[in-house]
Design a protein around this ligand. Sequence first.
Ligand code: ATR
Length: 280
Amino acid sequence: MDSHTVLFGVIGDPIRHSRSPIMLNRAFRESGINGAYAAFHVTPDTLEKAIAGVRALGFRGLNVTIPHKVEVMAYLDEISDGAKAAGAVNTIVNDNGRLIGYNTDGIGYVRSLKEEAEPNLSGQTIVVLGAGGAARGIVWALAQENPAAILIANRTEAKAVELAASFSPDDRIAAIPWSGLREACSSADVVINTTSVGMSPNIGDLPLDPSWLKPGSVASDLIYNPLKTAFLQQAEQLGCRVHGGLGMFIYQGAYAFEYWTGQPAPVDAMRSVVLESFGK
Ligand code: ATR
C-alpha cells in the first residue's frame, strides 16, 4: 500500500465472519491492482455516516451486506435496474463522487450456475424454493436467461404469490403451493433451495425430499456452509448434477470486482483462497 492505493470495503452487522476481504485482496494482487479491501462493522444507526465517509474518503467501491442491503438505497445517487428489481443493493461503485448501487447476488448466482452446472438455461423449467430476499434477486436474474418457467414454492405461500406477482405480466413466473412441489420437481430441469434449511449447524435438515427430483436434473443450493448440504449429497446419490452456494459468493464478488476495475475477475484465484479459508 502507498499513497496511490485505491480503497474498497464491506459493511455489515455482524461482519467479522466475512470472507470478502481475503477474496478481494487476493483478486487485486492477482490482477496487479494497487487496491485494498477491509471489513467495517457498521450498525444501522451509523449507516448514513458510513456512506458519507465513503464519499469523503473517496472509496472506489463498497460491498453491503446484512442488514443494510435495503436501507442503503436511500443514500445513493443512482440504483441500477437489476438492484431495483431485486429491491436491494450489495455493491456500490463510486463514479467520481456519484454513488451507484448494483446487485450482483442474483447475476452472480446465475453465472455460477451456468459455469458450474448448466450452461444453457433457455427453455428450462426451474423450481425455486423460498421467497425471501435471496430468491427475489435470483428469480430476476434467471428470468433474463429465457427459461420456459420459474415456479416458486414457499412455506408461507402468500409470499411466493406476492413474489411471482411482482414480475407480472411475465407469466412464465408463477407461485405453486408447497403441496405441489413433488409434482413440479418431477418435471423440473433445475431445483434451487434459497431457504436456510440445511445450513450449519442443522446440517441434517432437508428443504424437500431429494427423491422427488428427476435423475440428471440440477439440484442447486445457495448454502455454502456446509459446502455440500444434505440436500445436494442425497440428490447426487440419486443421479442429479449438484451445484453448491460457494459459486454464488465467488461470482457476486467477481462482478463487483469487474464493476470497480473494468477488468475480468481472477475467479480461480478468488475461489482457491476462499476454499483455503474453509480449510479445504
Ligand atoms: P434470505 O434473504 O436469505 O432469502 P429471508 O428473507 O429471511 O432470507 O427468507 C428466508 C426464506 O427461507 C423464506 O422463504 C422462508 O420461508 P417463510 O417465508 O415461510 O418464512 C424460508 N425458510 C426459512 N426456514 C424455513 C423452514 N424451516 N422451512 C421452510 N422454509 C423456510
